[in-house]
Design a protein. Structure first.
Length: 132
């Protein structure tokens, strides 16, 4: 089971991303569970390092996605972080928090499909490397 967190203050964007992830899971026969959070503060409160992938918006109230990602990295260095943002120019800043990738909104299914395939491949490779 792959666990994915979606952290986005825009409910519609979160729902669309969740639907696309569900479609990918169905098409590829992959067990994926998604949990959505309305902001980084809610996501990080009582955070348990139990997500494989985190999709995080950058522009959010209370705590920006970049600040949230920095706090996430203080407690979890292994989850794959993918920024989902309207701000393509912010992608370079993702390197400072070891972002795996980013997608620019509005997210198209084919783009997301490629990102998920690549992320899941990395998860599988990490699992193999940690077992041996």
């Amino acid at each position: 089971m792959i666990r994915i967190a979606i952290v986005d203050d825009e409910a519609q964007a979160s729902d669309v991303l969740r639907d696309m992830i569900s479609r990918y899971a169905s098409e590829t026969d992959t067990a994926i569970e998604t949990v959505a959070y309305p902001n980084a503060v809610t996501f990080l409160t009582n955070y348990q390092a139990n997500y494989d992938i985190v999709f995080m918006d950058i522009e959010m109230p209370y705590l920006s996605g970049m600040e949230g990602a920095a706090k996430l990295r203080e407690i979890d260095h292994t989850t794959l972080l993918i920024f989902a943002t309207n701000l393509g120019q912010m992608a370079a800043m993702g390197y400072s928090v070891e972002a795996f990738d980013f997608v620019v909104k509005p997210i198209g299914y084919e783009m997301l499909k490629g990102k998920l395939k690549r992320a899941i491949s990395r998860l599988e490779k990490n699992k193999v490397n940690n077992v041996t």
